[in-house]
Design a binder for this molecule. Sequence first.
Ligand SMILES: O=C(O)CCC(=O)C(=O)O
Ligand SMILES: [Fe+2]
Length: 279
Amino acid sequence: MQVQVVDYRAEDAAKKFVESLRHTGFGVLTNHPIQQALVEKIYRDWYEFFCHGDTQAFAFDPEKQDGYFAPEISETAKGHSKKDIKEYYHVYPWGRIPAQLKNDILRYYDMASELASELLDWVEQYSPAEVAKHYAEPLSNMIKDTPNTLLRILHYPPFTGSEEPGAIRAAAHEDINLLTILPAANEPGLQVQAKDGAWLDVPSDFGHLIVNIGDMLQEASQGYFPSTSHRVINPTGESSNKSRISLPLFLHPRSEVVLSEKHTQASYLLERLKELGVK
Ligand SMILES: O=C(O)CCC(=O)C(=O)O
Ligand SMILES: [Fe+2]
């Protein structure tokens, strides 16, 4: 099993990329249209906010789920008992965003959402007919005008030595949503689980764009596209003193979109958030 690094501009990009998604749940793009300078600026500015900003003034709203999630209330992955070692902020265009960070993060949100829509068209194009016939509507249509797509800015703080034994930056989990788009973080650590159980590093050179299948696309494709387990391991050596910032965009269909006979987006999300203990 290999996560493919695919040149977005190559002629056979869509085919290769969807093959990688099918076999590993992950695909990685180079030469993609997301501006790296913007990503780097977001990393710097949000690092500043996490370290010196008035995070408590933006404490998350339990109902709407926008805002800042402190390390103490941060999520526990499904099936795990220890909290992840991280803090994060949930950006929705309709939600609260610190004024000085608003322009850049919403520009990124729009840019990444637009690319995501194209990637969903690629997935649709290379879905076998017997899989695609179960899509209740075109995949890219499912996210059109959606208020549910979530941009999460994650800060994994430097290690101090007082971390809870056994806890890791992000315990093994699957994403809940349709597709996740993630620029390579400023520090390594992201791994995906192969079919034989082994953990493999996801190619994460600076500038790479990492894309993975979430449970909702697995559900909609009746398992054809696998939502694979991934995790963020703890830093060692010099890296232990460094923060890690990452920026996953979780694409969510509109609430009423039908995923399968059993679930709409809304019913599926509610079930999963309850499992995570954040709802
Ligand atoms: O920080 C990362 O690289 C991945 C984060 C992640 O998997 C998540 O928040 O769902
Ligand atoms: Fe994830």
